[in-house]
Design a protein around this ligand. Structure first.
Ligand code: ATR
Length: 276
């Protein structure tokens, strides 16, 4: 195989859009890359990584449930990855050592600010969820100096634990203390996917300009549909974040930043035509 060998590793991995996105970037920047999906068996992450490196791997992305494991095995990592305790992009250095990065936070911020025109400064932000997805973006959200960042999670203890990493900056809120004055509500859970219902109090959206689902699928996500059903607000999915975090990863590997807007548009247009 010639060119740069890249991959995304996770489980499940079949639906990952990363290969499509990175191939579009490579085409734009005239780089020859191969980018594959690698299914990681249970307890097999390290083995998968070793084999990839041995077989001319140049760099790779990591998705759930392996982001925390990736953070554990890299030799060094960025401040973002350290804060998140999760790695979504790995650089393989010439001496074979691994550097872990986390581009999820910057991906979210770019999509919100640049693509959607949303200001975070002095805003009240509610983040739903306390898993790996949320942990990956909190540092970057806080850096934008919002008025407040609250996190709500079905399992309150997990939200408490995550908030305790950012004393005075992030507050864990139990369900009964959820308010109706958030400017922005971000979903970082797989809530409503499959046969489940979105069981959140509607009032959290009452004053929101935007609801944002970090999740993406070709159909509108359950959280998006739920948001639109209850209030006339802009409800976005996480496609922009996905492309932005990928663009940042690509730049870390190759030192060149691809255009994201055309990729977002192309993927949108080839998905469900009913989407706007
Ligand atoms: P990820 O790394 O993708 O964030 P995770 O670490 O398993 O995955 O976290 C999943 C998040 O989605 C958690 O916040 C989980 O809530 P719990 O901690 O209470 O399990 C949340 N979640 C998943 N399904 C949910 C549902 N049906 N209702 C509410 N929260 C849900």
């Amino acid at each position: 195989m010639s060119g740069y060998r890249l991959a995304v590793m996770g489980n499940p991995i079949r639906h990952s859009k990363s290969p499509i996105i990175h191939k579009m970037f490579a085409k734009e920047l005239n780089l020859f890359v191969s980018y594959e999906r690698i299914l990681v068996p249970d307890d097999g992450f390290e083995r998968t990584v070793t084999s990839f490196i041995k077989n001319q791997g140049y760099g790779f992305n990591v998705t759930q449930p392996c982001k925390n494991k990736a953070w554990e095995i890299v030799d060094e990592c960025s401040e973002e990855a350290q804060a998140a305790r999760a790695v979504n992009t790995v650089l393989i250095k010439e001496n074979g050592s691994l550097r872990g990065e986390n581009t999820d936070g910057v991906g979210l911020i770019r999509d919100l600010e640049r693509n959607l025109g949303c200001t975070l400064y002095k805003k009240n932000i509610l983040v739903v969820g306390a898993g790996g997805a949320v942990s990956g973006v909190l540092k970057k959200l806080i850096e934008k100096q919002p008025f407040s960042v609250s996190i709500y999670n079905r399992t309150v203890k997990k939200a408490d634990l995550l908030a305790s990493r950012y004393p005075d900056l992030v507050k864990s809120v139990p369900r009964e203390e959820l308010r109706d004055d958030y400017d922005l509500v971000i979903n970082g859970t797989s809530i409503g996917i499959g046969s489940g219902q979105v069981a959140l109090p509607e009032k959290i959206l009452k004053n929101a300009e935007i609801s944002y689902d970090m999740f993406y699928s070709d159909e509108p996500t359950p959280f998006q549909s739920w948001s639109r059903l209850h209030y006339d607000i802009e409800a976005y999915d996480g496609l922009g974040m996905l492309v932005e975090q990928a663009s940042e990863a690509f730049a870390l590997w190759f030192g060149k930043k691809p255009d994201t807007q055309s990729v977002i548009n192309q993927i949108r247009n080839t998905a469900d035509p009913r989407r706007v």
